[in-house]
Design a protein around this ligand. Structure first.
Ligand code: ZN
Length: 636
């Protein structure tokens, strides 16, 4: 018996090693298998459905060239590759890089995951406040018994008394409270402690800091004049980075006010709310927002739109959620052009699970669309970090509820990689995942963005869109940062970028008519970006000569006619040029520049059956050939 097993094992061993030996010996077959694997992977990711035209291929090569330059500049440990380093250390370097500059011009479609009050850079927010006539009435919480109130800003005719627990002083009368000072107190990057930096995946530690920042200035955004300026500035900032569409989480009801100096609104410290006797809750703000967006679109016709996802805080009660959902539904029925979904916000680990709110969430039955933050957590299924003892399950289990409750998109979705079956369900049900790489890093989920699960989702063929979450709250105001990190760290090419951008329209809450217009606007921006960038790429002069290090396979069919891969460095001289290959004295064949490390060459067909080894030379300009020192054998 034992002998039988040994013999059998030996047989398997011999069998396996003979396959390996055969493959290794026969590079021709090995390469066919390798190409097949690549093809299958492209099918799985569905990237094979994105075909680049000749202009786009040049831009793709150019972007890869810039990526490699950036990699060569930063990959040494003494400098640090940005996706592998904390954003607060690399922000300025990223912003001044050529890759970032180029990607900022790329038409990105929509930014699908943001929170309205924390989109615009905080400096820009403060500049609006400091330059508005309302600056006269701007107060700062100089002292407060609550950390989250400290250094908050608000507008009053007369501030609440000190007995309210806050000492309010006028900003204009206190020279300490400059824009620089307040930016440092109001943004996460600037208040990260050494302890938080030491433990980059202690998400709780980071959220505790972030939780002190919410609402620092948001009350001022409800003043009609400030809101008008804030929204207009927000839209022009996103459009500057070629984001043409926004879907943003915002509180359902934002009561707008003016300052009433007549003394008639003293109970609200001078805030006179202008939403008395609304037809439905939130109408005043929705109408106000719509008008600003329409005015902006009229002067910027390439802009597609700005829509709201009604958000509730997941730390609240079931009664409150029930009430919120009734209001959200009414808002959606009355203003479906502006309200595109519902969501639960705040840290999942310290809030309540979807299951906690299950009865109420079931009642919404898909209208408006559920777009739930899901599995933004490091914790496993069987540990419960939530402080709410009556919450039955962990944040990671929100994965089940989001699938079953019919989410149209899920926010973050980090933990789905631990639930591959559910991940596949998302794919089957065509649910998009809103990935926010930099948010995930700064809030303590993915310290090294090269290993973010988002790339796995993309390669698995899940519909992914990119979002920025709370850039203003984190301490920057760029919407290209996430694109930079993903492009640099995930091996993305122009096909991937194109897919991310087009996904953002496909999986938006726009109706089919709106989508048709959105696609036209985005395509027109895309085409003009491609033409301009191609022209730029074609004018470049590259100094460094290419080197060649490998052909795969080194041998092929007796009659030729197939493709081989030529590997090397610095193929950038071939950008925007005709690539040609020459095998011995056979007629020149076509080559294709895949990126600056790889050229595919067509092997010439030959009619004789002679085994023959020939040298390979390559032309990167269509005329002069360079000897590669590589050879190819017509053999099988
Ligand atoms: Zn979010």
């Amino acid at each position: 018996m034992t002998l039988k097993i040994i013999c059998y094992s030996l047989l398997i061993l011999i069998h396996n090693s003979s396959i390996q030996a055969r493959n290794l010996e026969n590079e021709y077959k090995y390469n066919q298998e390798r190409d097949k694997l690549i093809e299958e992977e492209e099918k799985l990711s569905q990237i094979d459905q994105i075909n680049l035209n000749e202009e786009e291929k040049i831009v793709d090569d150019y972007l890869h060239f810039l990526k490699v330059q950036e990699f060569l500049k930063t990959s040494d440990s003494s400098i640090g590759f940005p996706p592998a380093r904390p954003i607060e250390e690399k922000l300025n370097e990223i912003r001044s890089s050529e890759v970032f500059q180029e990607l900022s011009k790329l038409p990105k479609g929509g930014n699908m995951h943001t929170h309205e009050n924390y989109i615009l850079g905080h400096r820009a927010v403060l500049e609006i406040l400091f330059n508005a006539p309302e600056f006269e009435d701007l107060y700062v919480a100089e002292e407060s018994n609550s950390q989250s109130r400290h250094y908050s800003l608000d507008l009053f005719v007369n501030p609440p008394p000190i007995s309210s627990g806050v000492k309010w002083v006028k900003v204009k009368d206190n020279s300490t409270y400059t824009i620089d000072f307040l930016v440092k107190k109001h943004t996460l990057m600037n208040i990260l402690t050494d302890e938080a930096k030491k433990y980059p995946t202690d998400s709780r530690m980071r959220w505790k800091l972030m939780d002190t920042l919410w609402g620092k200035v948001t009350s001022t955004f409800r003043h009609v004049n400030i809101r008008a300026k804030f929204l207009t500035e927000l839209l022009s900032t996103v459009l500057k980075e070629n984001v043409q569409y926004m879907e943003t989480r915002a509180s359902r009801i934002q009561r707008l006010y003016i300052l009433d100096k007549s003394g008639g609104s003293s109970e609200n410290f001078g805030k006179k709310y202008i939403d008395e006797s609304e037809e439905y809750p939130g109408k005043t703000n929705i109408d106000f927002t719509r008008e600003i967006v329409n005015n902006f679109t009229a002067s910027n016709p390439e802009f597609i739109g700005y829509k709201i996802i009604a958000a509730s805080n997941r730390k609240t009660t079931n009664e409150r959620i029930k009430n919120d959902l009734i209001i959200s539904k009414e808002m959606f029925e009355k203003a479906g052009d502006m309200i595109k979904g519902i969501d639960l916000v705040a840290e999942e680990d310290s809030g309540k699970s979807h299951m906690f709110f299950l009865e109420n969430l079931l009642n919404i039955s898909g209208n408006p669309s559920p777009l739930y933050h899901t599995a933004e957590t490091n914790w496993p299924d069987d540990l419960l970090p939530s402080p709410f003892d009556n919450d039955p399950v962990s944040a990671l289990q929100n994965t089940y509820e989001s699938v079953l409750l019919g989410a149209k998109r899920v926010g973050h979705g980090i933990g789905f990689f631990k639930h591959p079956y559910l991940l596949n369900e998302l794919k089957k049900r065509d649910v998009a995942i809103e990935i926010c790489p930099v948010s995930n890093q700064i809030l303590g989920y993915t310290a090294d963005l090269r290993n973010h699960p988002g790339i796995g989702y993309i390669r698995n063929g899940l519909p992914v869109v990119l979002g920025s979450d709370d850039p203003g709250g984190f301490g920057y105001d760029n919407f290209t940062i996430d694109w930079y990190e993903a492009f640099m760290g995930w091996g993305l090419d122009l096909r991937d970028l194109k897919k991310l951008a087009s996904n953002s329209i496909k999986y938006s809450g726009l109706n089919s008519e709106e989508k048709t217009i959105a696609v036209q606007k985005w395509e027109s921006s895309w085409n003009s970006y491609i033409s301009t960038t191609r022209l730029k790429a074609c004018k470049l002069q590259f100094k460094i000569d290419p080197t060649f290090n490998r052909v795969l396979p080194r041998e092929g069919a007796l009659n030729g006619g197939e493709k081989v891969h030529i590997y090397g460095r610095h193929f950038e001289k071939g950008i925007c040029q005709t690539i040609k290959c020459k095998f011995g004295n056979y007629e020149e064949t076509e080559g294709e520049l895949l990126n600056t490390y790889l050229i595919n060459c067509q092997v010439p067909s030959k009619s004789n059956n002679d085994v023959e080894e020939v040298p390979i030379s390559i032309s990167l300009n269509g005329t002069s050939f360079i000897d590669t020192d590589l050879s190819f054998t017509f053999k099988y």
